[in-house]
Design a protein around this ligand. Structure first.
Ligand code: ADP
Ligand code: MG
Length: 255
């Protein structure tokens, strides 16, 4: 459905006009069609890095190279689905394409396709208040997928979902990624979520954020619910947690 973009971050840092250094220089390569998660303490610059990847924020140093081309479609999904309450599911799914100026028949075709992809076929005429929290999140995903993004940026999309729904949505998201072919970058506070979904987990330091470790996740796809209960899964999650903890130990305590 879409062709995954490859991305090379070369010495990308961010210092805001306020003087706050959000990110120290970061070098990171994302392969086309890869799924990567970013984990790190609050305020370490994860959302800022996603905005740089989205082309919404300019880095202060370095550059972010996208192939094929900076014009490759990029789409964002946030924790808050931000749906328009007066629009039906299908009209919400068409929203971003409308802003891109796509023709009406293309809008309808792509929205129907994206809704089917996220399991909302048959719900096209329902309004957001008639959908469950999980369905609203799927609709928000469909709205992004309808753009056929080469790069999908997910900023804690499942943070507000209850534990069981969250695991089911992770499994659906993983299947979607495999089917749609986009390159995915997920920010999450959940180490288990990061390991379950990703080929690699990027661990960041406290602010100013930098990459402290990249943990390879060798499990085959599709990832199954049984994987969560395996010793190897627990070991990898432990490795990511240990990398996070090494960085977040209050240094003052040892000064
Ligand atoms: P995270 O997503 O990891 O929690 P953010 O990327 O949102 O972190 O923010 C990193 C730091 O940059 C925080 O200290 C935040 O307050 C600051 N920050 C974010 N956006 C801006 C901005 N537009 N101007 C100034 N500071 C900002
Ligand atoms: Mg954030």
């Amino acid at each position: 459905m879409s062709i995954g973009a490859s991305i090379a971050l070369e010495g990308v840092s961010k210092r805001f006009d306020s003087g706050l250094q959000a990110l120290d220089p970061i070098d990171l390569e994302l392969r086309a069609g890869e799924f990567v998660s970013l984990v790190g303490p609050s305020g370490c610059g994860k959302s800022t890095l996603l905005r740089i990847l989205a082309g919404l924020v300019a880095p202060s140093t370095g550059r972010c190279r996208l192939a094929p081309g900076a014009e490759a479609a990029r789409a964002f999904v946030f924790q808050e689905p931000a749906l328009l309450p007066w629009r039906t599911a299908e009209r919400n799914a068409q929203l971003l394409m409308e802003l891109e100026g796509l023709a009406p028949d293309e809008l309808q075709r792509r929205a129907a396709e994206a809704l089917a992809l996220v399991g909302l076929a048959g719900m096209e005429k329902l309004y957001p208040h008639q959908l469950s929290g999980g369905m609203r999140m799927r609709l928000s995903l469909a709205r992004a997928l309808a753009l056929r993004p080469g790069l999908l940026l997910l900023d804690e999309p499942l943070a507000a979902v209850d534990e069981l729904s969250r695991e089911l949505l992770q499994e659906e998201l993983s299947a979607l990624w495999r089917q749609a072919g986009f390159t995915g970058v997920l920010v999450t506070h959940s180490v288990h979520e990061a390991v379950f979904l990703s080929k690699r987990v990027v661990v960041m330091s406290p602010r100013p954020g930098r990459v402290v470790e990249v943990v390879e996740v060798p499990f085959a796809f599709p990832r199954t619910p049984q994987l969560r209960a395996s010793a190897e899964f627990a070991r990898l999650a432990g490795e990511v947690t240990a990398a996070l903890r090494r960085e977040t130990v209050p240094r003052a305590a040892f000064a």
